[in-house]
Ligand binder design. Sequence first.
Ligand code: DAT
Ligand code: MG
Length: 149
Amino acid sequence: MERTFLAIKPDGVQRGLVGEIISRFETKGFTLVGLKFLNVSRELAEQHYAVHRQRPFFAGLVEFITSGPVVAMVWEGDGVVASARKIIGATNPLTAEPGTIRGDFGINIGRNLIHGSDASETAKHEIALWFREEELVNWQPHITPWLHE
Ligand code: DAT
Ligand code: MG
């Protein structure tokens, strides 16, 4: 079963959107397997965004992600990586479609509320970076037969 890493960024937490954002993945039918609320260290932030190290916005991005608490999550389900990216919407909230999280709640690329892994391999790397294996819960929700044939 595929897994993805999602993180509600400090703006999502400060704006009181934690419940609203989690609801979108929960009601879609994906399964929560890991959840923690934490202040992100500079080291973790730099590792998480390592691919963007050379970009002009890197320093600001690290500053922002370490500026307040974050909700880090792992979600599971068939096709969850691509589906979560659709639910999240385009990187720039101004051009993200209405109905997506960024399209509904954001107006600025540097305050786009939530991170989602961009591929299954990236997800594996990010999950390992943010969670220890024993922090992930293997369980089978009772609604499974009502979600799958
Ligand atoms: P995404 O978060 O949609 O995967 P990304 O991986 O390209 O987007 O970039 C990571 C984050 O960096 C993004 O969520 C917001 C920030 N960012 C990206 N491009 C930016 C830009 N041109 N100016 C400011 N921040 C930017
Ligand atoms: Mg990305």
